[in-house]
Design a protein around this ligand. Structure first.
Ligand code: CO
Length: 480
């Protein structure tokens, strides 16, 4: 990289401390009250954007923190006035765990715009961008920034092979630009993008697209800081980082060493390192209450295994939990092998929510009961095409076996998945009865029926011990 500073092209930074940072290492448990004391200072750092919402925040806020998920961006906006807010949205999955009908997607995105989200980083687990169309349409209609992301995955141990080669990713980037993306993001959720592959990948994509290119990577395997450096050399426009106390491990690379490393180069970030250090001190002061979520069973903060099996950290904890329940923790090694086989059988999808959970759960069933003897309904839906098109076709014989007698269909579907879904909002309102007081309540309930019912009962002071179902509540005035 040129050290002569006649030609400055500053690297831009998206700060993910308030979302992916604590989601990755503190189980998404950071409270809004702990963000407020540094919010104004964060705003003055000069970040390109701050990711503050989406991903698992919506789930954990109402389930574990007793916070209304819709309120966080509104509250933070009072303190953070200059820096655009970014969120992570899983296309037709929004921030839940299944595909929602178009009426829900449209209303959710409109609401997210209203509460202060400026940049929508949108992805689909299968890189089937038809699952992002409704989302993109509403983001654009609201005059907000649509950032199209594709999931980075590998066929073997490095870039290349029959599925995840350079041509595949360049094609995906071009598809996103053609669908109107204002920026494109390489989403390396498992931290498997290696430095030299990143250089080739970013160089190739930059030649083909005009919009800014972002890199989102996780430190999980220990490569991400090196990967960022090569990405920066290749001309990446924006990288995602966290402040040090919320960085590394399965989180993003830390911002501070990047700012220091680039000083005086043509990619100098121009950010004030001392200010970042002070912000880090605040986070250190609140971190002890979140430390309980850090894994303590091993000394190493990196996971070498991920280089071999590509299984992201969140998925490993799910698998371990599932195995514990079934008293089969000794089978973990076998499960990793089976995950690779199940994934290949299912058309080699990237391992990301919700597909990673579906593949992981099926791999457990395969090891315990024999291959595809017991099959989850989610896996049947995947084979049926309800999640979209898998990167590679699924074997016809296996498809037949898995879909045999399945009530939702036995012949694979090829249309846009959401086209098979009936509108959901009106039906949900009816079901909720008195709990449907605002549009936000209804949308949240559609995403998380059981836990939101509990949350809303407590929010409105409705005694849940006297009735077993929402329908039983005496009807009061129901707001639209
Ligand atoms: Co991430």
């Amino acid at each position: 990289m040129n050290k002569a500073v006649d030609k400055i092209n500053p690297l831009k930074i998206q700060d993910n401390t308030f979302r992916d940072g604590h989601q990755s290492i503190y189980a998404t448990r950071m409270r809004t009250e702990d963000m407020i004391p540094i919010a104004e200072e964060m705003d003055s750092c000069g970040f390109h954007a701050m990711e503050v919402w989406g991903g698992a925040t919506f789930d954990t806020m109402h389930r574990f923190l007793g916070e209304d998920p819709w309120m966080r961006p509104r509250i933070l906006k009072k303190y953070i006035k200059k820096t655009p807010f970014a969120m992570l949205i899983r296309g037709q999955n929004l921030v839940g765990y299944r595909h929602y009908a178009d009426d829900v997607v449209r209303a959710f995105v409109d609401k997210a715009c209203e509460i202060g989200i400026d940049i929508f980083r949108c992805f689909d687990a299968l890189n089937d961008f038809r699952n992002m169309e409704s989302c993109a349409e509403r983001v654009k209609a609201n005059g907000k920034n649509f950032q199209g992301a594709f999931c980075y995955s590998l066929t073997g141990v490095q870039l290349g092979g029959e599925v995840y080669n350079l041509e595949y990713f360049v094609r995906k980037a071009k598809e996103l630009e053609q669908m109107g993306a204002d920026a494109i993001c390489i989403k390396d959720m498992s931290g498997i993008l290696s430095p030299f592959d990143a250089f080739d990948l970013i160089s190739a994509i930059k030649k083909e697209i005009k919009v800014p290119l972002h890199l989102h990577s996780h430190y999980t395997s220990g490569m991400a800081t090196m990967t960022y450096l090569k990405a920066i050399e290749a001309g990446i426009d924006v990288v995602d980082t966290c402040l040090a106390p919320f960085a590394l491990r399965t989180s993003m690379p830390a911002i501070e060493p990047i700012v220091a490393s680039l000083r005086g180069t043509e990619r100098d970030t121009g950010l004030d390192l001392n200010k970042l250090l002070l912000l880090g001190e605040h986070l250190e002061s609140i971190a002890p209450k979140y430390n309980v979520h850090l894994p303590t069973h091993k000394l190493s903060i990196i996971d070498n295994g991920v280089l071999a099996h590509q299984v992201p950290g969140g998925m490993i904890s799910n698998l371990t939990g599932q195995l514990k329940e079934m008293n089969a923790l000794d089978k973990l090694g076998k499960i990793y092998e089976e995950v690779a086989i199940t994934r290949k059988d299912m058309g080699s999808p990237p391992l990301v929510t919700p597909v990673s959970q579906i593949i992981g759960a099926q791999a457990v069933l395969n090891v315990l009961f024999g291959r595809y003897v017991r099959v989850s309904n989610q896996l049947k839906d995947l084979v049926l095409g309800l999640y979209g098109k898998t990167p590679m076709p699924i074997d016809a014989e296996l498809t037949k076996k898995i879909l045999k007698n399945y009530k939702r269909g036995q012949e694979p579907l090829s249309g846009r998945p959401a086209d098979y879904l009936e509108p959901e909002i009106e039906a949900a309102k009816k079901k909720m009865g008195d709990l449907a007081r605002t549009e936000e309540d209804v949308l949240a309930y559609i995403l998380y029926p059981a836990t939101m019912e509990k949350f809303l009962r407590s929010k409105y002071g409705i005694d849940s011990s006297k009735s077993s179902g929402v329908e039983n509540i005496p009807k009061k005035k129901v707001a639209a």
